[in-house]
Design a protein. Structure first.
Lengths: 259, 663, 129
């Protein structure tokens, strides 16, 4: 299985771990990742106002590239995933945006949004299968109690993302089970860590990150895993040393013995 | 050529406001065959009808065209009026220049032009109308009530008390429905079971009522007065004639961990069970999905302990076919799935419950014997948060756009009773609006606030977060104070939206009764015929028609019964003469019509026909049973050879109308 | 209090949502993780836009404390999606001359060794034009 692998900027610099382990694990699981040529930043935040066209164009380019090569786009970073998935949805369902996007860009083949944007976790579940992963685990994380931190961007808006039940998701918990560990469900796993507000209003980001980690700890988690570089930063920097925080790919690499 | 009279109605300003009625009457007066044309303010009034009758006599009219409102409204009125003047009622046509013209046009010139065209079409049709005589069909003097909740039971009792036989078909093992699960009823707070169970017993003992419990409607054939219904009596694996309801089997059965539906899964029942102590009929039922004997062949404990020898593992479903004159739908409701709104944490905490689960927790026959205890740890809750409108008034995918109507009052009841029984409990109710229109309803709600000290907060709950210590962190808004509230609750109760029972959709198809987008049955007229469905002979009772509380349900159940009685007292029903008929000389015997007929009115028979050489040869031809045909016209458009035609709506008549419109 | 129906119409055009579909249940403000930081809360954004009182919102710091977590958008029972209104009003402000909230010069001071550029790009997208 080949995917057009879109790593995104942060994974080249501050979030190298998220990327490196994702690649190693894909190799171990027989999934081929091909980076699109000349990709740029996806835009990081998908505009909530419909009249923002230019902000969405680099995401449009990534989607057009995958569409013309008839491959699915694979993402690891929650923010990239949110932008690309929402953008594909709008291209498909919003004719006005689709027309404007095509008018701005000079594509050989017009972009239609008919392209699957798959998150690495979805790939693990649907392409590889959690049962296969269970069999390939060489260092099972037996006895480890892990809290999944979904944050906002993987889940919302639920209608466009179609990732999981936005209020009671299960995919990361299933992933944790596949690694031999024990998932810990806690109520703030889908509440905000503070996001970019950490730049201007650190106390607010601290309050939010601490709430998340304290909730995870209270319910018995020994560590928390995430798919988002900014979540990881906030939880680690602003969460007050409550619990260790890892990228989910790092734990996967450890379990598969490729770390 | 017919001598035709045209009568144009103003309908006050309803029509005259956007249609120049004088011009319409004048223009139509020039149409071929029209010998009289006039307009009048209210043609349906007594004076208007007299005007028509006088014109028929004076001008010796053979056909009448009324340009007015929809024929659904007044066709019968005008047909009757004309019949009194000696005209065959089927020589009357209505051109709908209100709903289909004046109400949708703003421009007078356009509206007038369209009204003239519609009038012309009706005139063209009347030229081809022929007098029709309605036949008669007998009425089977027995009614079927589908659903054995309070709605179905009340309807059945009222019909039976009038002396007619009634069958109740209930899909569960007992009648009683939701009301059997409720603890107290608002606003009088009388015990639900105390007023319900006598009615259940009345149903069981009434000589005119026959209960098919644990049964479902399989198919429905026929038409008003003459329905034929197949009922699937599901195998209970218990002989109903022998079981005494002693309950010993339900105590000895070794399969103990089946969630008890009656208590909303909050305790367990055995594989063989009687839903509750006052069940009617009080007969044990084996759940075939969990019974060891039926699954593996090993066990047989119930059979050994049954003193009556009633257990029969070989029992099969049974199909019973019965005839009915009328059918009442009383299929009720369920609460929607609260796991789809998990910001409230229903799937993530045992202590987030629905209102119906709360009813069971406060009911003496419930899992806690009527003491309010938390499902998770069996402790007394000291802070309870009630959340209203969970999924009601929601335009999202998982919600329902309507108000569920009953929640405001039952929540007030829950809050009040909790405060009365456990004064040390803090009770919060989060509401968007409190809707209490009903006799003594608002007074009841105010009592909860003023006398019982329930905290009513205008705002909604945004998140319920279960904590390790068992409390539930409730984050909500208090819109009047402009604050976000954080409450540590022990129990959260969700007033989930109600929706029609899932079986209703399939049943509607079997009955050819129409539903709205929310799967509530549609009434024949929202104001004037609220308990009749648009399908003749099918009546509506209870929540299957729309959300309603118990008093309203009982009132509607009685209304449906009176409509059924009005039908069953008749010995004969006048049939619709506008039925299909087949021209045997044109029929090619393809059976197309037979396949599309939804009423089973068409059969084929072999008849001898004379050939060119005068010899006789047998041929298959279609034959319509006029008593069964409902005049839907499906066969006429299916027939490839043009043999099938509908009286009163013949192909020629319809083409003449189209020609007149296109002229 | 200034009423500006043109601004109201601009916001409605940007969100594509009619604020009158709001039934004023307050679930958005119940769910908002930034509630305590905001002078105007999510439900007030809807009401004030509807009333044409957009200038008051544009002058408020509340615009920069929305985390864009989309919880209000997800949980709204009427599909009103308040986060979109916050963003649209903020865009009106940012698109004004001198309306930027975050200047590039201010960035170096905010950085630390671990801060992912995701945060900086997000902030620029949300806080300046």
């Amino acid at each position: 299985m080949i995917f057009s692998y879109y790593p995104g900027c942060t994974l080249r610099t501050r979030a190298k771990d998220l990327d490196v382990y994702a690649r190693k694990c894909a190799l171990a699981l027989g999934v081929e990742l091909v980076e699109p040529k000349d990709w740029q930043c996806c835009g990081v935040v998908y505009p909530l106002a419909g009249d923002e066209i230019a902000h969405r164009l680099s995401a449009v380019r990534v989607l057009q590239d995958a569409q013309s090569r008839s491959v699915s786009v694979l993402t690891v970073c929650s923010a990239c995933h949110n932008v690309l998935k929402q953008c594909a949805y709008d291209l498909k369902n919003d004719a006005d945006f689709r027309n404007k996007a095509n008018a701005y860009s000079e594509f050989d083949i017009p972009v239609t949004g008919e392209v699957d944007v798959v998150h690495y976790l979805e790939m693990l579940r649907d392409t590889v299968g959690f049962d296969t992963i269970k069999q390939k685990v060489v260092n099972p994380l037996t006895g480890k109690k892990i809290g999944a931190y979904y944050g906002c961007l993987l889940l919302r808006p639920g209608k466009k993302m179609g990732f999981d039940d936005p209020e009671n998701p299960a995919i990361i918990e299933e992933f944790i089970k596949a690694l031999g560990a024990e998932p810990v469900i806690y109520p703030y796993r889908n509440e905000c860590c503070g996001g970019y507000v950490t730049l201007e209003n650190k106390p607010l980001a601290q309050k939010k990150s601490q709430t998340v980690l304290e909730s995870a700890k209270e319910m018995g988690a020994e560590c928390v895993i995430t798919a988002c570089p900014l979540c990881l930063y906030n939880l680690k920097k602003n969460g007050g040393d409550t619990l260790p925080v890892y990228y989910f790919t790092e734990l996967l690499a450890e379990a598969l013995g490729v770390k | 050529m017919q001598r035709i009279g045209v009568f144009v109605c103003h309908c006050g300003t309803n029509i005259a406001g956007t249609v120049d009625v004088k011009t319409v009457a004048e223009m139509l007066g020039k149409e071929p065959g029209v010998v009289f044309s006039t307009d009048y303010q209210y043609m349906c009034s007594e004076a208007g009808q007299t005007l028509i009758q006088d014109a028929i006599k004076e001008h010796n009219l053979g056909g009448v065209v009324i340009c007015s409102c929809s024929p659904r409204m007044h066709e019968q009125t005008f047909r009757k009026a004309c019949a009194k003047a000696g005209l065959n009622p089927y020589m009357v046509e209505v051109a709908n220049i209100r709903e289909q013209c004046s109400w949708i046009h703003k421009d007078v010139a356009e509206g007038t032009e369209k009204a003239v065209i519609l009038g012309r079409a009706a005139i063209a049709k009347v030229h081809l109308n022929a007098p029709l005589t309605a036949g008669e069909s007998p009425v089977v003097k027995r009614a079927l009530v589908i659903g054995g909740g309070i709605a179905g039971m009340q309807t059945a009792l009222d019909i039976a008390d009038a002396g007619f036989e009634v069958d109740i078909v209930e899909k569960n093992a007992t009648i009683g429905g939701k009301m059997a699960q409720i603890d107290k009823t608002f606003p009088t707070l009388d015990c639900s079971a105390c007023i319900l169970t006598p009615k259940m017993v009345d149903c069981a003992q009434h000589e005119k009522i026959n209960i098919y419990a644990y049964s479902e409607v399989e198919d429905v054939k026929g038409f008003v007065g003459n329905f034929s219904v197949a009922i699937r009596k599901k195998a209970r694996y218990v002989d109903e004639t022998k079981c005494t309801g002693c309950g010993i089997c339900t105590e000895k059965c070794p399969v103990k961990n089946i969630p008890n539906e009656f208590n909303m899964g909050m305790d367990n029942r055995r594989s063989i069970y009687i839903p509750f102590a006052q069940a009617v009929p009080k007969i044990a039922t084996i759940d075939p999905n969990t019974c060891n004997k039926l699954k593996t062949g090993k066990c047989g404990v119930c059979s050994k302990v049954c003193g009556a020898g009633a257990i029969d593992y070989t029992q099969k479903d049974e199909i019973i076919r019965r005839e009915y004159g009328a059918i009442v739908v009383a299929t009720g409701f369920n609460m929607i799935d609260m796991t789809k709104f998990d910001e409230f944490g229903y799937a993530q905490s045992k202590d987030v419950i629905t209102s119906l689960e709360f009813e069971r927790l406060t009911n003496a026959a419930g899992p806690t014997g009527g003491t309010l205890l938390r499902p998770s740890d069996g402790k007394h809750p000291h802070t309870i948060v009630f959340v209203q409108c969970c999924g009601s008034r929601s335009t999202t995918e998982n919600g329902k756009p309507y108000c569920s109507k009953i929640c405001c009052m039952y929540t007030a009841k829950h809050a009040m009773l909790t405060r009365e029984k456990y004064p040390d409990t803090d009770v919060y109710v989060f509401y968007i609006d409190v809707r209490t229109p009903g006799k003594n309803f608002d007074e009841f709600y105010r009592r909860a606030v003023e006398q019982y000290g329930v905290h009513y907060v205008k705002g909604m709950v945004g998140k319920v977060a279960p904590r390790a210590d068992g409390t539930l962190h409730v984050q909500a808004s208090d819109l009047l104070a402009g604050e976000q509230l954080h409450i540590d609750a022990d129990l959260v109760v969700l007033a989930g939206a109600i929706e029609p029972d899932k079986s209703a959709r399939g049943l509607a198809t079997k009955l050819t009764a129409s539903m709205d987008t929310n799967d509530f049955f549609t009434e024949a007229h929202p104001k004037l015929r609220p308990v009749e469905s648009p399908t003749a002979g099918v009546f509506l009772s209870g929540v299957c028609q729309g959300p309603k509380d118990i008093p309203e349900t009982v009132a509607q159940a009685g209304a449906a019964a009176s409509k059924v009685i009005g039908l069953l007292v008749k010995d004969k029903l006048t049939c619709n003469p506008c039925v299909a008929q087949s021209d045997e000389l044109l029929c090619n015997g393809c059976s197309g019509c037979e396949h599309v007929c939804p009423y089973g009115a068409i059969t084929y028979e072999t008849k001898e026909f004379m050939q060119f050489d005068r010899s006789m040869k047998p041929r298959r031809v279609a034959s319509v049973n006029p008593a069964v045909c409902q005049g839907c016209g499906a066969c006429t458009v299916t027939c490839p050879s043009g043999a099938m035609d509908l009286k009163g709506f013949s192909n020629r008549q319809i083409m003449a109308e189209v020609d007149a419109i296109c002229k | 209090m200034k009423i500006d129906m043109n601004k109201r119409d601009s916001v409605i055009r940007m969100t594509g949502i009619n604020p009158r579909t709001c039934m004023k249940c307050g679930k958005c403000s119940a769910t908002c993780p930034s509630f305590d930081e905001m002078e105007y809360h999510p439900h007030q954004f809807i009401s004030l836009v509807e009333a044409g009182r957009v200038d008051e919102l544009m002058a408020s710091e509340s615009l920069y404390n929305c985390l864009a977590c989309m919880a209000c958008l997800e949980r709204c029972p009427r599909g009103v999606e308040p986060a979109k209104f916050v963003e649209a009003v903020r865009n009106l402000k940012l698109r004004e001359h001198g309306g930027n909230h975050l200047a590039p010069e201010a960035i170096p001071e905010m950085l630390d060794a671990d801060l992912p550029q995701q945060a900086i790009v997000s902030a620029f997208r949300k806080y300046s034009k």
